[in-house]
Design a protein around this ligand. Sequence first.
Ligand SMILES: Cc1cc2nc3c(=O)[nH]c(=O)nc-3n(C[C@H](O)[C@H](O)[C@H](O)COP(=O)(O)O)c2cc1C
Length: 153
Amino acid sequence: MADLAIVYCSVHHGNTKKLLDAAAEECGVDLFSTEEAKKADLSHYHAVGFASGVYMSKLHRSLYDFLSGNPALPKKAFLLYTSGSGGQKYGNSFVALLKEHGLEVCGVYSCKGFDTYGPFKLVGGVAKGHPTPDEIGAGVRFVKEMAERAGHE
Ligand SMILES: Cc1cc2nc3c(=O)[nH]c(=O)nc-3n(C[C@H](O)[C@H](O)[C@H](O)COP(=O)(O)O)c2cc1C
């Protein structure tokens, strides 16, 4: 399987990081917080993933900041994110940005993540228990697929 790096930011409840930790354990993918990624050379990986929660309808700003530094990256990319609502379109603007940077986006995975932001805190949060074990398993399968695809092409 191919060597993958994932650059992530998971600040609310560590929901996204739960998916990534499971993927790291099962597929040996290397994880870099956005701060760590700034100092790392990711160009030798076969593909790079980006991952975060959704905050005000977008992925975390630090992912955009990381890309705006024009780091040397492999040509293939993929995206994972979690959100309180489970919306499927939150990744679109980041995918467009990856393409603008000349990256081929091989896939996107998203699922719900426990959310206690703002008024949701008053009702004990929404999407309790997410990501579920099934969602984590599907996320791991997605990362494996990305690794296989990056290795074959
Ligand atoms: C400041 C803030 C804004 C958020 N905005 C949204 C949003 O626009 N849509 C949504 O579905 N969830 C939203 N959420 C919920 C998070 O996307 C969700 O809890 C996610 O799983 C957090 O990931 P993390 O724990 O990896 O940081 C927001 C959470 C926070 C803290």
